[in-house]
Design a protein around this ligand. Structure first.
Ligand code: ZN
Length: 335
């Protein structure tokens, strides 16, 4: 894979014209056709991190295979991030998110908006007290036996093996990491043995919340539980599949399921809650008894309440069904 990056940096980048609004990637695309895709395995995390940049380039070629023209604003950001060292934690974060985003079928404007926002993504180095509590709660989600069982049911629905993940569940090394960026619509995303929670997204929702303090505490816990379930599901299907670069809608499709609802994080939230619910927007109408019992069961490791019975005013989240591995809301995106 190293030769892909070498070609990109040493041959392709110097050859492109700097004045056009789109970068013609025809030569890069032709070259990429010669390269064998390499999975980003969990068994060799070091090698997978080294290969992230090459996978991003390969994904980009595939994504723009029809036009072979990549908007320059996005291309420049990608080139910059790919060229930087993953020894810097913030660069590693950006490469991981780009790996997800370069798999998405997107219109040019949306792609530029998302990619250019990734340039300021970084670790949250001084978390607030409640953000540290989110991390503790997310850890409880990934250790919860029944939640693991529910996700495993989803793996089976998509034809994936659950034997590969049983040992993985016992590991204590799955990290929950807080990040910050200007991309407020990003809830979180998944890395190698790591879940990322985007603090600015939740901070904005907390700041805008109009209900009572008690309601806020409950919905914010529920929203953190939901993102932890969502991203942990992504992590488990990648572990099962053996490839961090997998695309779960495609995997679902290969097993006879329609493509769109089977972004695996969304699929799992629907399995557990009936639909992807925007808990912050649902505080007026949600079933408080269910929510309180659900939060309590996660906090204490007890049995989950029976499946959520949707009350009339609950508000679904408009998650992006195409960005696999990252959770991006599209309802408040303006371009
Ligand atoms: Zn997702």
């Amino acid at each position: 894979m190293a030769e892909i990056k070498k070609y990109f940096l040493e041959s392709f980048l110097p050859s492109i014209q700097s004045t056009t609004t789109n970068v013609d990637i025809s030569d890069l695309y032709d070259e990429s056709a010669k390269w064998t895709p390499v999975p980003l395995t969990y068994s060799n995390k070091f090698e997978s991190v080294m290969n992230l940049s090459a996978v991003i380039i390969k994904n980009l070629c595939k994504l723009f295979r029809a036009t072979k023209k990549v908007p320059r604003l996005a291309f420049d950001v990608i080139a910059h991030i790919v060229n930087d060292s993953t020894d810097q934690p913030d660069i590693l974060l950006r490469q991981i998110l780009l790996c997800h985003v370069t798999k998405r079928q997107a219109d040019a404007g949306y792609f530029v908006y998302i990619v250019t926002s990734i340039e300021d993504l970084k670790l949250k180095r001084v978390p607030l007290q409640d953000e540290l509590e989110w991390v503790a709660l997310a850890h409880k989600v990934i250790k919860h036996a029944q939640i693991n069982h529910k996700i495993n049911e989803c793996l089976t629905d998509l034809g994936q093996s659950i034997t590969e993940v049983t040992e993985f569940e016992k590991k204590d090394q799955i990290k929950i990491t807080l990040v910050e960026s200007g991309l407020k619509i990003l809830r979180g995303f998944v890395g190698l043995e790591e879940l990322f929670i985007h603090t600015d997204h939740f901070r904005q929702k907390i700041n805008d919340f109009k209900g009572s303090l008690e309601q806020l505490q409950l919905v914010s816990k529920m929203d953190i539980i939901s993102i932890a379930i969502h991203e942990y599901a992504h992590l488990k299907i990648r572990q099962s599949n053996g490839d961090f670069n997998m695309h779960s809608p495609v995997v679902g499709h290969l097993h006879g399921l329609p493509v769109i609802p089977h972004e695996f994080g969304t699929f799992t939230e629907r399995k557990i809650f009936g639909k992807q619910i925007d808990w912050f927007a649902s505080y007026r109408a949600m079933d408080y008894e269910f929510v309180e019992r659900f939060v309590h069961s996660v906090e204490n490791g007890g049995p989950l309440p029976p499946s959520y019975i949707e009350s009339s005013g609950v508000v679904p989240r408009l998650g992006d069904p195409y960005v696999d591995g990252a959770d991006i809301e599209v309802n408040n995106y303006i371009c």
